[in-house]
Design a protein around this ligand. Structure first.
Ligand code: THU
Length: 149
Protein backbone atom coordinates (compact mmCIF):
# COMPACT_ATOMS: atom_id res chain seq x y z
CA UNK A 1 0.00 0.00 0.00
CA UNK A 2 1.50 3.31 -1.11
CA UNK A 3 1.77 6.15 1.36
CA UNK A 4 0.15 9.46 0.38
CA UNK A 5 2.70 12.20 -0.40
CA UNK A 6 2.40 15.81 -1.52
CA UNK A 7 2.71 14.85 -5.18
CA UNK A 8 0.69 11.70 -4.85
CA UNK A 9 -2.14 12.47 -2.44
CA UNK A 10 -4.29 9.51 -3.41
CA UNK A 11 -1.95 6.73 -4.52
CA UNK A 12 -4.54 3.99 -4.16
CA UNK A 13 -7.38 5.63 -6.05
CA UNK A 14 -8.86 3.40 -8.70
CA UNK A 15 -10.23 6.26 -10.78
CA UNK A 16 -8.58 9.51 -11.89
CA UNK A 17 -9.77 12.75 -10.31
CA UNK A 18 -12.67 14.52 -12.00
CA UNK A 19 -12.10 17.93 -13.59
CA UNK A 20 -13.93 19.45 -10.64
CA UNK A 21 -11.54 17.75 -8.22
CA UNK A 22 -8.58 18.91 -10.29
CA UNK A 23 -9.80 22.50 -10.08
CA UNK A 24 -10.21 22.09 -6.33
CA UNK A 25 -6.58 20.93 -6.11
CA UNK A 26 -5.54 23.94 -8.23
CA UNK A 27 -7.50 26.23 -5.89
CA UNK A 28 -5.79 24.63 -2.89
CA UNK A 29 -2.40 25.27 -4.55
CA UNK A 30 -3.29 28.91 -5.25
CA UNK A 31 -3.59 29.45 -1.52
CA UNK A 32 0.21 29.01 -1.39
CA UNK A 33 0.93 31.62 -4.08
CA UNK A 34 3.60 34.22 -3.32
CA UNK A 35 2.13 37.30 -5.00
CA UNK A 36 3.16 40.49 -3.16
CA UNK A 37 3.28 42.48 -6.44
CA UNK A 38 0.24 41.42 -8.42
CA UNK A 39 -2.04 40.11 -5.66
CA UNK A 40 -3.16 37.66 -8.36
CA UNK A 41 -2.84 34.14 -6.93
CA UNK A 42 -2.88 31.32 -9.45
CA UNK A 43 -2.89 27.59 -8.81
CA UNK A 44 -2.30 24.64 -11.09
CA UNK A 45 -2.94 20.92 -10.70
CA UNK A 46 -1.25 18.64 -13.22
CA UNK A 47 -2.73 15.20 -13.66
CA UNK A 48 0.03 12.86 -14.81
CA UNK A 49 -0.09 9.67 -16.86
CA UNK A 50 1.00 7.82 -13.71
CA UNK A 51 -2.12 9.01 -11.91
CA UNK A 52 -0.20 11.40 -9.70
CA UNK A 53 -1.34 14.98 -9.31
CA UNK A 54 1.28 17.71 -8.91
CA UNK A 55 0.30 21.16 -7.67
CA UNK A 56 1.96 24.50 -8.38
CA UNK A 57 1.43 28.17 -7.53
CA UNK A 58 2.89 31.39 -8.86
CA UNK A 59 6.01 32.72 -7.18
CA UNK A 60 6.80 36.38 -7.79
CA UNK A 61 10.02 38.31 -7.38
CA UNK A 62 11.05 41.92 -6.69
CA UNK A 63 12.76 41.69 -10.07
CA UNK A 64 9.36 41.27 -11.72
CA UNK A 65 10.50 39.39 -14.80
CA UNK A 66 11.74 36.50 -12.68
CA UNK A 67 8.20 35.61 -11.65
CA UNK A 68 7.32 31.96 -12.23
CA UNK A 69 3.76 31.02 -13.10
CA UNK A 70 1.79 28.33 -11.30
CA UNK A 71 1.88 25.95 -14.27
CA UNK A 72 5.66 26.15 -14.49
CA UNK A 73 6.29 25.69 -10.77
CA UNK A 74 4.06 22.62 -11.12
CA UNK A 75 5.99 21.34 -14.12
CA UNK A 76 9.39 21.79 -12.49
CA UNK A 77 8.16 20.12 -9.32
CA UNK A 78 6.79 17.27 -11.46
CA UNK A 79 10.20 16.66 -13.01
CA UNK A 80 12.06 16.98 -9.73
CA UNK A 81 9.82 14.36 -8.09
CA UNK A 82 9.41 11.99 -11.06
CA UNK A 83 10.24 8.32 -10.67
CA UNK A 84 9.64 7.34 -14.31
CA UNK A 85 8.40 8.61 -17.70
CA UNK A 86 4.74 8.37 -16.72
CA UNK A 87 5.49 10.86 -13.96
CA UNK A 88 6.68 13.32 -16.61
CA UNK A 89 3.65 13.06 -18.92
CA UNK A 90 0.83 15.54 -18.34
CA UNK A 91 -2.66 14.29 -19.13
CA UNK A 92 -4.50 17.40 -17.98
CA UNK A 93 -3.54 20.76 -16.51
CA UNK A 94 -6.14 22.51 -14.36
CA UNK A 95 -5.54 26.22 -13.79
CA UNK A 96 -7.37 28.66 -11.57
CA UNK A 97 -6.92 32.35 -10.80
CA UNK A 98 -8.48 33.31 -7.48
CA UNK A 99 -9.13 36.87 -8.67
CA UNK A 100 -10.43 36.15 -12.17
CA UNK A 101 -11.79 33.22 -14.08
CA UNK A 102 -11.32 31.69 -16.49
CA UNK A 103 -7.54 31.91 -16.10
CA UNK A 104 -5.83 30.41 -19.13
CA UNK A 105 -2.11 29.53 -19.15
CA UNK A 106 0.14 32.27 -20.51
CA UNK A 107 2.10 31.65 -23.72
CA UNK A 108 5.29 30.59 -21.94
CA UNK A 109 3.37 28.07 -19.83
CA UNK A 110 1.59 26.67 -22.89
CA UNK A 111 4.99 25.94 -24.39
CA UNK A 112 6.22 24.24 -21.21
CA UNK A 113 3.02 22.18 -20.85
CA UNK A 114 3.43 21.10 -24.49
CA UNK A 115 6.94 19.84 -23.73
CA UNK A 116 5.41 17.25 -21.42
CA UNK A 117 2.64 16.14 -23.77
CA UNK A 118 -0.23 17.96 -22.08
CA UNK A 119 -3.45 16.69 -23.64
CA UNK A 120 -5.94 19.21 -22.31
CA UNK A 121 -6.36 22.28 -20.13
CA UNK A 122 -9.14 22.66 -17.59
CA UNK A 123 -10.28 26.13 -16.48
CA UNK A 124 -13.22 27.37 -14.51
CA UNK A 125 -15.89 29.09 -16.57
CA UNK A 126 -18.94 30.51 -14.81
CA UNK A 127 -18.31 28.31 -11.82
CA UNK A 128 -17.94 25.04 -13.72
CA UNK A 129 -14.96 23.18 -15.16
CA UNK A 130 -14.41 23.47 -18.90
CA UNK A 131 -11.88 21.33 -20.71
CA UNK A 132 -10.01 22.47 -23.84
CA UNK A 133 -8.06 20.09 -26.10
CA UNK A 134 -4.42 21.20 -26.02
CA UNK A 135 -4.31 21.66 -29.80
CA UNK A 136 -6.86 24.44 -29.30
CA UNK A 137 -4.73 26.05 -26.58
CA UNK A 138 -1.48 25.89 -28.58
CA UNK A 139 -2.10 25.12 -32.26
CA UNK A 140 0.90 23.75 -34.18
CA UNK A 141 3.07 23.85 -31.05
CA UNK A 142 6.79 23.21 -31.34
CA UNK A 143 7.83 20.24 -29.23
CA UNK A 144 10.41 17.51 -28.74
CA UNK A 145 9.23 15.57 -31.80
CA UNK A 146 9.92 18.58 -34.03
CA UNK A 147 13.65 18.35 -33.37
CA UNK A 148 13.85 15.17 -35.48
CA UNK A 149 12.76 14.32 -39.04
N1 THU B 1 0.21 33.81 -13.82
C1 THU B 1 0.27 32.46 -13.63
O1 THU B 1 0.71 31.98 -12.58
N2 THU B 1 -0.17 31.66 -14.63
C2 THU B 1 -0.68 32.12 -15.81
O2 THU B 1 -0.88 31.35 -16.72
C3 THU B 1 -1.01 33.54 -15.95
C4 THU B 1 -0.27 34.44 -15.03
C5 THU B 1 0.69 34.68 -12.74
C6 THU B 1 1.97 35.41 -13.04
C7 THU B 1 1.87 36.58 -12.09
O3 THU B 1 2.37 36.17 -10.82
C8 THU B 1 0.38 36.84 -11.95
O4 THU B 1 -0.25 35.68 -12.45
C9 THU B 1 -0.08 38.05 -12.72
O5 THU B 1 0.30 38.00 -14.03
Amino acid sequence: MDTPTASNPAPNRATPPTDEELLDLAREAAAHAYVPYSSFPVGAALLLASGRVVQGCNVENASYGLTICAERTGATRMVAEADDDADRRIVAAAVIGLEASPCFPCGACRQVLHEFGCERVVVEEVGAPRSYPFEQILPHGFGPADLTN
